[in-house]
Design a protein around this ligand. Structure first.
Ligand code: 4AD
Ligand code: MG
Length: 431
């Protein structure tokens, strides 16, 4: 008999198949018992009509507690009312291992309880859908860059210096009393790689010792970071736009069922087309002021500000040319406006804020050295980085897309901790 998975069942109409997985839930009503069976690819309903079976099997059904692992044999039947369009008639089943007092019942639980049981919570229906979408986002982001002949160049995680400011560094004791930091971003290394290979990207974890307790902050998150030689800020925004459109299209094509399980309204996603809006930081300030929000040149946007901006537009918007003083040291200054940096943030739609940050890098040796000093960064740690401006410097740009911020938006999940398998936040490092 063929071993199949739930997501393949529709190709086996009328056939008897074998499945390996777990009991999601059961209920019985009179002469009929219902089993919700899950195997990691989906959930299918299987039915046991008592009069068709030996008494022993009907009795054994009572041992099927939530999360009991089983081998199930069933016949696939069309059922228009079920979400999958099919159902199984149970032929037989064998218990592999029991599950007694599984802590997460189908009733509502508090988030803290669920977080403490994250190792089990991952099995739940909505969490499974989120993880499938996350996996696809990573896969298709890599595919997007591979299709465009980018080289994947991995950046180190132990780093000697700060990329995104010294206030959010996690320090690690290295050998011989040496201190290193967990990487905040692979960018600086991608710049070296871009000057070596032209078009590169890295995909890896990033760490920020950020004491912010918001719905959008993790202390450990994942970023995909392209970097391209001879790219200016406009080329860079176009690349970000193409990537986002590609990812949204792929998820809409491949993960319709999961988006449905998550009750995600897909209309706003279907509207994600070229061109995204592009406004300057100063335009954004005007928009916010008009909405009665008090904010002035030089202030950074908080989550409520970004949400307010995003609600003004029906698709993502790039906000570019922020004041130099609120952006990272490596950003190139606008040649017409010394007080502005050629950096941008992509603000996602529907109240979800910054999802991508990037821009054009300072490529002039003296200017960069000055910026490093102004930011009180230890020049000796940036010697290699300055070298890139010494030996054949070229204009170059890149960006970082936060995988969790992106998945949070696409799945319209309230809190970012649900879109990473095991979240690390200010107050939680377990399980
Ligand atoms: O804007 P950020 O800090 O930019 C950088 O790290 C650049 N070096 C990237 C580059 O140009 N190569 O971070 C980039 C993205 C943000 O837009 C956001 O999506 C995500 O990373 N991000 C976080 N996600 C979750 N929790 C946090 N604490 C995050 N901080 C940034
Ligand atoms: Mg940013």
């Amino acid at each position: 008999m063929e071993k199949v998975s739930v997501d393949e069942l529709k190709n086996y109409l009328g056939k008897e198949v074998q499945l390996h997985g777990w009991v999601y839930n059961t209920r019985s009503s009179g002469k009929i018992s219902f089993l919700l069976f899950r195997d990691g690819t989906g959930i299918v309903q299987a039915i046991l009509y008592h009069p068709d079976h030996r008494e022993e099997l009907v009795k054994r059904f009572e041992e099927l507690n939530q999360e009991t692992s089983i081998v199930l044999v069933g016949k696939v039947r069309e059922d228009k009312r079920s979400p999958l369009g099919i159902e199984l008639d149970i032929v037989d089943f064998n218990i592999i291992s029991k599950s007694i007092d599984y802590p997460i019942s189908p009733k509502e639980h508090g988030v803290d309880f669920l977080q403490s049981n994250r190792h089990l919570w991952l099995r739940s229906k909505k969490q499974s859908s989120i993880m499938r979408i996350r996996s696809d986002v990573v896969f298709f982001a890599r595919e997007f860059f591979n299709n465009r002949k980018f080289l994947c160049i991995d950046a180190p995680i132990f780093t000697p210096s700060a990329c995104e400011g010294t206030t959010t560094l996690f320090e690690v004791d290295y050998f011989n009393d040496k201190k290193v930091y967990l990487s905040q971003s692979g960018q600086l290394y991608m710049e070296a790689a871009a000057l070596a290979y032209g078009k590169v990207y890295c995909f890896g974890p990033a760490f920020r010792a950020e004491k912010s307790k918001t719905r959008r902050h993790l202390t450990e998150f994942w970023q995909i970071e392209p970097e391209v030689a001879f790219f200016d800020i406009d080329d860079d925004m176009e690349l970000a736009e193409d990537l986002v459109i590609y990812l949204v299209q792929k998820i809409l094509e491949r993960r319709t069922d999961d988006l449905k399980i998550l009750e995600r309204d897909i209309k706003p996603l279907e509207n994600i087309k070229k061109p995204f809006y592009r406004i300057t930081y100063e335009d954004a300030i005007k928009i916010l002021n008009k909405k009665g929000i008090e904010i002035k040149f030089g202030d950074d946007f908080g989550a409520p500000d970004e949400a307010a901006i995003s609600f003004e537009f029906d698709r993502p918007v790039f906000v570019h040319r922020y004041p130099t003083q609120i952006k990272a040291f490596y950003m190139k200054k606008d040649k017409d406006r010394e007080d502005l940096a050629l950096g941008f943030d992509m603000i996602a739609g529907e109240g979800y804020g910054e999802t991508i940050g990037g821009g054009q890098r300072e490529d002039d040796y003296d200017t960069l050295l000055k910026r490093i000093n102004e930011n009180n960064l230890p020049v000796e740690n940036f010697k290699w980085y300055l070298d890139l401006r010494k030996y054949g410097s070229v204009p170059h740009s890149g960006f970082g897309l936060g995988i969790e911020r992106f998945v949070q938006w696409i799945t319209k999940t309230q809190h970012i901790r649900e879109v990473i398998p095991f979240a690390r936040t200010l107050d939680r490092t377990e399980p």
